[in-house]
Design a protein around this ligand. Structure first.
Ligand SMILES: [Zn+2]
Length: 46
């Protein structure tokens, strides 16, 4: 019973959000740039 980690990827260009339940270990790209991971329950830090 391993808890799945939900990760939400966010594209800074088009604002698209993709939700993944598995830890693929790869990188998600959108608009030709790597998408950033939105941390749940935390403010946007930059
Ligand atoms: Zn995009």
């Amino acid at each position: 019973m391993s808890d799945r980690v939900k990760r939400i990827y966010f594209c800074r260009h088009c604002g698209s959000e993709l939700e993944f339940l598995k830890d693929g270990g790869g990188h998600i790209f959108c608009c030709g740039e790597e998408m950033i991971i939105k941390k749940p329950g935390s403010n946007s830090e930059e």
